[in-house]
Design a protein around this ligand. Structure first.
Ligand code: AMP
Ligand code: ZN
Length: 145
């Protein structure tokens, strides 16, 4: 990360109060605020205060401090607005839909037929044998450190 990346970062500016936001929660490590786009009502972003651009750069210790707030804030949204469910997601890289390059988790409450958020997995279950799945798992497992 360069200083330029951090000083041009819209979310770093939100943390510093240089850009206004609708704050939901703040402590020394994390900041949570409403996503301007309100994909559904209560759509909230949770971010670390340190500028780390995506999951590939997010330090596990920072992630631990960040993720522990996810269920707490999810339940707060649930109590406030009684959604039927919630999608929690995080985009990494432009290809994957990331537009702000400061790591963030989206909490998107779901209200059923009245909301316009859509999300779908397209399964390829039959395209892989169990042996192929085992090889893929082993390739990942050997890189874990
Ligand atoms: P992503 O596309 O996953 O990187 O998500 C970035 C999100 O940041 C989008 O959903 C935007 O609506 C949201 N966003 C961008 N600027 C602001 C802002 N100033 N305040 C709140 N949310 C913002
Ligand atoms: Zn930043």
């Amino acid at each position: 990360m360069t200083m330029a990346e951090e000083s041009n970062c819209i979310f770093c500016k939100i943390i510093k109060g240089e850009i206004p936001s609708a704050k939901v929660y703040e402590d020394e490590d994390v900041f949570a605020f409403l996503d301007l786009s309100q994909v559904t009502m209560g759509h909230t972003l949770i971010i670390p205060k340190v500028h780390q651009k995506d999951i590939f750069h997010l330090e596990p210790e920072i992630a631990a401090k960040l993720f522990k707030h996810v269920p707490v804030i999810a339940r707060a949204i649930q109590e406030a607005f009684h959604p039927v469910g919630m999608n929690i997601l995080n985009n990494n890289s432009e290809l994957a839909g990331q537009s702000v390059f400061h790591y963030h988790i989206h909490l998107i409450p779901r209200y059923g037929n009245t909301d316009t958020f859509s999300f779908s997995f397209q399964p390829h279950t039959d395209d892989y044998s169990n042996e192929q799945r085992s090889k893929i798992a082993a390739a990942i497992a050997e890189k874990i450190r």
